[in-house]
Design a binder for this molecule. Structure first.
Ligand code: ME8
Length: 543
């Protein structure tokens, strides 16, 4: 069969699958908005994209939370999983698959994956001892923990240095994965694949872990301690470790298990959009995605992810927002108060890839009022005001004229070069998933256009009967509207519905909203009718 038969169908982007021990918060929403914006941006480039998300339902943490709620674990998971779905629906997250690890298809995939690792000799039974954190569902070594005083009880406890979560000494017989065998290959992979872990600070962190002691990984728990999970094939007295179970979700959503022959398997993997092009994760779970997952895939003989994008955290009063700490912001309340797109905008504009961001309602107000109402909304409404008499139908001809530099005065060169560079500049940043930086450039050009508009006083030109002034008015309006049109196109991945409102107000037809049309002078080609109006503000000011 020729290679083209197995041509990759789509770009594959994933979010983590979220634990259902509690309801979703702003941190979860952040990962989903990043992944959704990446998907929408690539769709503007005419690529087909799949986006998977879902819920991670097994493990001790969930079992204990269900016990505490006196609920059957599956009902408990369903209740919270539905909340995640609801949040994604309200937030306009355009996922193509929502996986729950309690589903049958996933059970099949994980059991098969385990069988392959076991048959190839990468899993063995052994004694395991170490410090276990239920909250992190992870073992730590002596050097990764420290003593502290429990704030509630005043007693001495041991906690993970990395997450601050309590750990307990655990000794048990379980299955282990030969992680240590993969140390050198992992280092080689990270060093030779540019930007496979992004941003660079995270890549360096992973490399330094790998250069320290890598021991084999415990991948099962005795059934006596953990019943809520997938049993080890052929040994039901043991339950598969929740992280091995969870990571396989990225294969399950692509139809795993594939056929048995190794060659057919990698081809089928590719035709099923595996491996992921981008795993969007928080920095707290980078080790699982950049060390354990690729090691499992190497062991199974499957291809490795192309990129792991690890974003920083949202904090509240400078402490990581987390379910176990309880210091979380409720996305539903935030939508209610500010609207969905303003929240998406704020998260992307202010959330960090490399550095943590402190969640603040007052900054949501500030950014909305400053960037959206004050700049973008203002630019559109002042250009489209009836008194300006903006005639969009003239812009197609005028666009060409501007490209040829006729009619352009020295007043216009600055704004023109800023707008002409924007598509490539922002595209380069979005291609690197540097969404906040890309948006920063868009906002800068909108404020530049507003200043250009004020400096050139088109309201004065609009009152003049002089032919030169009339021509000049068209030029000033053209540049200002061009800034709004290009920005509207670029903001679609971040604010799908508000950007659509902007483009509607500017009479940009739906056939002219793809990324190509973000080029300077590329719009209004089909001679739209004059639609100047004094309509409702696009971004009414928030009080
Ligand atoms: O770790 N700021 O699930 P989880 C930004 N089930 N992002 C945050 C955040 C914060 N304060 N808090 C959470 C798990 N997140 C596993 C994942 S994947 C195979 C299994 C986001 O419910 C961020 O993406 O604890 C983080 O990595 C993820 O939620 C952890 O969600």
């Amino acid at each position: 069969l020729s290679a083209t038969c197995f041509k990759r169908k789509s770009l594959y982007v994933s979010t983590p699958i979220f634990y259902v021990n509690s309801v979703p918060h702003i941190g979860h929403l952040y990962s989903a908005v990043i992944a959704d914006a990446i998907k929408r941006y690539n769709e503007l480039l005419d690529r087909s994209v799949i986006l998977s998300t879902g819920t991670d339902e097994h493990g001790l943490k969930i079992q204990q939370a269900a016990d505490k709620a006196k609920m059957n674990p599956l009902d408990f998971c369903t209740m919270h999983s539905e909340k995640f779905k609801e949040m994604f629906k309200v937030a306009n997250i355009s996922y193509t698959d929502f996986i729950r690890t309690s589903e049958r298809r996933h059970y099949k995939a994980v059991s098969h994956f385990w069988d392959i690792l076991f048959q190839k000799g990468f899993i063995y039974k052994g004694k395991h001892s170490g410090w276990y954190s239920i909250s992190d569902e992870a073992f730590y070594t002596d050097s990764q923990i420290e003593e502290t005083i429990d704030q509630k009880t005043g007693k001495k406890i041991m906690v993970s240095k990395e997450s601050g979560q309590q750990v307990e000494w655990t000794e048990e017989e379980n299955y282990k994965f030969k992680l240590s065998l993969f140390k050198d290959r992992l280092i080689e992979w990270i060093k030779t694949t540019p930007d496979v872990i992004y941003p660079p600070s995270r890549r360096n962190e992973v490399l330094s872990w790998l250069q320290s002691d890598i021991t084999d990984l415990s991948v099962s728990r005795p059934r006596s301690r953990l019943t809520w999970g997938i049993p080890v094939p052929g040994d039901p007295e043991h339950t598969i470790y929740v992280w091995l179970d969870a990571l396989v979700n990225y294969a399950t959503v692509n139809g795993y298990p594939w056929s048995n022959s190794l060659e057919a398997k990698s081809q089928e993997a590719a035709s099923n959009n595996f491996p992921a092009d981008i795993h969007v994760v928080g920095k707290d779970i980078i080790r699982f995605h950049a060390v354990y997952w690729p090691a499992f895939l190497m062991a199974a003989g499957l291809p490795l992810p192309k990129r792991i994008l690890a974003h920083a955290h949202w904090t509240m009063d400078n402490m990581k927002m987390s379910k176990s700490r309880g210091n979380v912001a409720d996305p539903f309340q935030a939508f209610e108060k500010f609207g969905v797109d303003p929240i998406r905008y704020y998260l992307i504009r202010n959330g960090g890839l490399a550095d943590d961001g402190d969640y603040s309602e007052s900054l949501i107000y500030t950014h909305y009022n400053k960037d959206l109402a004050g700049q973008l909304g203002n630019l559109v409404s002042r250009c489209m005001a009836r008194k300006m008499g903006a005639s969009l139908s003239q812009f197609s001809g005028l666009g060409k004229a501007q490209r040829d530099d006729t009619n352009v005065s020295t007043h216009d060169t600055d704004i023109k070069s800023a707008l002409a560079a924007l598509k490539d500049d922002v595209g380069r940043l979005f291609d690197q998933q540097e969404l906040a930086k890309g948006i920063g450039k868009v906002v800068n050009s909108i404020s530049k256009a507003n200043k250009y508009f004020s400096d050139n006083e088109p309201w004065v030109l609009a009152k003049s009967d002089n032919a030169e002034d009339k021509k000049r008015l068209q030029t000033v309006l053209f540049y200002s509207l061009e800034a709004a049109r290009i920005s509207g196109i670029m903001l679609q991945p971040i604010m799908p519905s508000k950007a659509a409102d902007v483009l509607d107000a500017l009479c940009v037809p739906s056939s002219e909203r793809s990324w190509n049309y973000a080029a300077f002078g590329a719009g209004w080609s089909s001679g739209q009718t004059n639609n100047s109006s004094d309509s409702k503000p696009l971004f009414p000011r928030l009080k």
